[in-house]
Ligand binder design. Structure first.
Ligand code: ZN
Ligand code: ZN
Length: 364
């Protein structure tokens, strides 16, 4: 069956933590409304936040189609989206925003829109129900930033760009230009992307610390210098090395998701440096630091959540420019058929791959 010609979409529906996933047929709207684009999903990747929902650590309205990282092809574009033609490969911002509220305009934070909608987080009863990426089709809304994907980028290279890489682009945009030394905390997908992004932006040394050997083994391939978090790497770093002055690094990027790393990050930061927090998107993130520590270090600490549309543009541009230099495709598992979504989720939970992928085009 060609999914693009069917009147029904096939989706993996999440009913709640512990309940088995259900493959359901969902009706595809006859034609997309103003600003909407119907997309056939080619490949979706399972993000850590999806795993939190599957396990019940994060609450979402059910039933729903999860999944927000994906790449696909345009099936039909509604009025106002005439530049998109059937068959074009696209990816899209995970947030849909109104474009007119205060967060969208004055604050410059459309991901904090007063009427924010996020793909993979909305129930079947919201709009068409085709709101997530573990599905043969998704209906993109009028306030969603949609980006064309060049053929030079394969599906596994692109699929995580609209969450993981775009968030890293946002984090990098908050670090002052001319940053020479960076410490990345966490060698998961975001950490590896961060190594490549800062190297390409001219950093002389990007250290990347983790406590997991398998994760650390990928750091060098992405231009980073691996540091074993179980060793006393910090003393070496602040004592000065060939790659780092004894004052510490210019910037620290937290993508580890764990508050225990923050005191070490602050110690590693040079006076006047910038500390970006991007990984701890959960309530168990109380920090063990004093105001005095921040003040005496004249440090800038910035929280980064999701991203603005331009960061998705930058992510696709970055991949296009650097796809020959870093082994992006190797970060994503071979695709599981959509009908085996439960197995794919289990595999993702084992964390052997930075991302496990699912494809509705893959036969089960
Ligand atoms: Zn994600
Ligand atoms: Zn808005």
């Amino acid at each position: 069956m060609n999914p693009t010609n069917s009147g029904m979409a096939r989706a993996g529906v999440f009913l709640g933590p512990g309940a088995p996933l259900e493959t359901r047929q969902l009706e595809i709207p006859v034609s997309p409304g103003r600003g909407e684009i119907l997309v056939a999903i080619d490949l979706a990747t399972i993000c850590g936040s999806d795993l939190h929902t599957f396990s019940g650590q994060r609450r979402e309205p059910t039933p729903l189609v999860l999944g927000h990282e994906a790449v696909g092809r345009v099936v039909a574009a509604g009025p106002g989206r005439e530049s998109f033609r059937p068959g074009q490969r696209v990816t899209w911002s995970l947030a849909d925003s109104c474009g007119s509220c205060l967060p969208c305009t004055r604050f410059g934070l459309p991901q904090k829109c007063d009427s924010l909608f996020k793909y993979g987080h909305a129930s079947l009863s919201d709009g068409s129900g085709l709101n997530g990426c573990y599905s043969s089709h998704i209906l993109l809304r009028a306030g969603t930033h949609v980006v064309m994907v060049p053929d030079a980028l394969s599906d596994p290279v692109v699929a995580p760009a609209n969450c993981a890489l775009s968030t890293v682009m946002h984090a990098a945009s908050r670090v002052p230009a001319g940053t020479r030394t960076v410490l990345v905390q966490g060698a998961g997908l975001l950490g590896l992307y961060a190594c490549a992004v800062f190297r390409e932006r001219g950093a002389e040394a990007v250290f990347c610390v983790d406590i997991d050997e398998q994760r650390l083994s990928r750091v060098t391939d992405f231009g980073g210098i691996p540091l074993d978090g179980r060793s006393d790497y910090l003393n070496g770093l602040v004592a000065g090395s060939v790659k780092c002055s004894r004052h510490g690094v210019d910037a620290v990027i937290e993508v580890a998701g764990h508050p225990a790393v923050v005191p070490a990050g602050l110690r590693a930061l040079r006076p006047g440096g910038t500390y970006i927090l991007a990984g701890m998107v959960h309530p168990a993130s109380a920090l063990d630091l004093t105001g005095e520590q921040l003040i005496r270090k004249c440090a800038t600490m910035t929280g980064v959540h999701n991203y603005m549309p331009r960061h998705l543009d930058e992510a696709i541009e970055f991949l296009t420019l650097t796809v020959g230099r870093y082994p992006y495709a190797g970060l994503v598992s071979p695709p599981w058929p959509l009908d085996n979504l439960s197995i794919a989720v289990e595999e993702a939970g084992k964390r052997a791959w930075p991302r496990v992928s699912v494809s509705p085009r893959q036969a089960s």
